[in-house]
Design a protein around this ligand. Structure first.
Ligand SMILES: *[C@@H]1O[C@H](CO)[C@@H](O)[C@H](O)[C@H]1NC(C)=O
Ligand SMILES: *[C@@H]1O[C@H](CO)[C@@H](O)[C@H](O)[C@H]1NC(C)=O
Ligand SMILES: *[C@@H]1O[C@H](CO)[C@@H](O)[C@H](O)[C@H]1NC(C)=O
Ligand SMILES: *[C@@H]1O[C@H](CO)[C@@H](O)[C@H](O)[C@H]1NC(C)=O
Ligand SMILES: *[C@@H]1O[C@H](CO)[C@@H](O)[C@H](O)[C@H]1NC(C)=O
Length: 445
């Protein structure tokens, strides 16, 4: 067990680079007819030369902030408190995320890193001329240097799909304002361009050419929305399936993402059975991917949690659990979390330790050279049990020697974060509204 913990420690704590390379197999290049695509993701902090404790701090801060924004957004349907601040409406949400993909746009094409976000839809990058742009590592896209750039008219279907738009003179242009729940936003023209994804070009992808962008999109040049609504890259490319496999956060490892016919797992790579659960839609927040979480088991104890704890209310949009690419940790509605915490602590045979300095609620200080049996942590979904490997719910901080639980509390909405998804091949079948997961060593794909 001790070696297992050490191994986990190395996996998680060595943190963080998922080298980004875009590779893919051949496919047609006419408009929206990509058959399949593979893109390798990297972790957002992989190029930052951060120390381990800085990485942990950054990750924890981003994760908690995202949870707070998500929780506030889905609990306060009528309050829209970021509205006064930016004029932005909050139907779209949230600037930051954890994984980055390289995309290239224009003719000739310019490449830039963009955060992937399963919680929003618009694809956008910073554009010249800048009224307000944040610092980015690549040069800012200049539409006047691209022969395939076209502003979309206000009458375009995708202009109408924007939560907030304004029409230019004689409807000639579609001006968008896309706000996120953390009050960050991008403002610019909705345009169409040729996108190059790996070596394949796709024409006429609608994207936000943003020339007034708030900071908050750290280490990227924009965002790729992968939500369920029409503006997202997934919807525009017409793919009915996509999948990803987040490698344990480790410097040398990439995390592949697959679209279309490549989204199936090659059976020989599976390290366990495939489990499948419904993908649920919330009519109030239609971009998000909701799952039906029914219960939790800690060790051998199935927790006694009221069934309403994780229920999604489709009338006011509150509650439920989303699966998210941009939240690091998992958050359970407080009633369930408190029951899980209590059961976990009582089943650990050692006293709790204070982990607040490193941002965790439940930590333990294992005695040196003792072997520890950690209680299991199982999430019961409708039709599928996610029996988490230890490294997916325990963080070993080598600086302090603490073992900390990476599942914590939220209010209202619950979130399945990406640390809990690591080393599972996760497939979204949008045609059948099903999500499948298969234990897989992601860096071997
Ligand atoms: C990374 O950080 C270390 C320590 O802060 C420093 O010595 C080193 O020069 C940095 N490397 C790069 C490439 O910036
Ligand atoms: C950017 O957009 C916001 C929101 O519409 C607006 O309040 C602000 O004045 C704009 N900034 C610039 C420099 O145009
Ligand atoms: C602009 O488009 C709207 C519908 O999107 C239409 O009602 C209006 O007549 C158009 N205006 C002009 C000047 O074309
Ligand atoms: C499946 O994976 C195995 C080994 O990982 C490989 O040899 C085989 O070619 C793969 N098959 C397909 C169809 O990709
Ligand atoms: C769902 O939300 C509506 C509106 O807030 C409320 O009236 C209703 O009681 C809620 N349903 C449940 C089952 O909590």
């Amino acid at each position: 067990m001790e070696t297992k913990i050490l191994h986990n420690m190395i996996n998680i704590l060595t943190l963080t680079m998922l080298v980004l390379l875009v590779s893919l197999s051949q496919a047609k290049t006419s408009k929206h007819s990509l058959k399949h695509l593979r893109i390798d993701l990297m972790h957002i902090d992989s190029k930052g030369n951060f120390s381990r404790s800085e990485l942990l701090q950054r990750m924890t801060r981003r994760s908690h902030q995202r949870m707070i924004h998500l929780s506030r957004k889905t609990n306060n349907l009528r309050q829209h408190d970021s509205k006064q601040a930016t004029g932005a409406q909050t139907d779209a949400y949230l600037g930051s995320g954890e994984f980055v993909m390289d995309i290239a746009i224009g003719t000739p094409s310019k490449s830039f890193p963009a955060i992937i976000d399963t919680g929003s839809d618009l694809v956008w990058t910073q554009c010249k001329p800048c009224k307000r742009c944040f610092k980015q590592s690549t040069s800012i896209f200049d539409p006047s240097k691209s022969s395939t750039y076209k502003k979309l008219p206000c009458t375009a279907k995708l202009c109408k799909a924007l939560p907030t738009q304004k029409c230019g003179k004689r409807n000639a242009s579609c001006e968008y304002l896309y706000g996120y729940a953390d009050q960050s936003f991008t403002v610019g023209n909705l345009a169409s361009e040729t996108f190059t994804l790996g070596s394949q070009s796709v024409k006429n992808i609608a994207f936000g050419c943003g020339n007034n962008n708030t900071d908050g999109f750290d280490k990227s040049s924009g965002l790729v929305g992968l939500g369920r609504e029409p503006l997202s890259l997934i919807s525009q490319l017409g793919f009915k399936k996509f999948s990803y496999c987040f490698a344990s956060l480790n410097l040398e490892k990439h995390s592949p993402m697959f679209f279309g016919s490549l989204a199936h797992l090659n059976a020989s790579a599976a390290a366990g059975p495939t489990q499948t659960t419904p993908l649920v839609k919330n009519p109030i927040y239609p971009s998000f991917y909701y799952l039906s979480l029914l219960g939790v088991t800690i060790g051998s104890t199935k927790l006694n949690i009221p069934s309403s704890t994780f229920a999604l209310n489709k009338t006011d949009g509150t509650g439920g659990m989303i699966i998210d690419s941009g939240t690091t940790f998992t958050y359970l509605e407080a009633v369930a979390y408190n029951a899980a915490k209590k059961a976990f602590i009582s089943q650990m045979k050692i006293p709790v330790a204070d982990g607040s300095d490193i941002g965790f609620d439940v930590c333990f200080k294992p005695p040196k050279s003792a072997s520890l049996d950690l209680p299991k942590f199982i999430l019961h979904f409708d039709g599928a049990d996610l029996d988490l490997p230890e490294s997916n719910y325990i963080f070993h901080d080598s600086d302090t020697g603490l073992l900390c639980l990476t599942i914590t509390a939220s209010a209202g909405i619950s979130i399945l974060g990406n640390m809990q998804q690591q080393n599972f091949f996760i497939k979204y079948d949008l045609g059948k509204n099903k999500l499948s997961f298969i234990p897989t060593q992601c860096d071997k794909l």
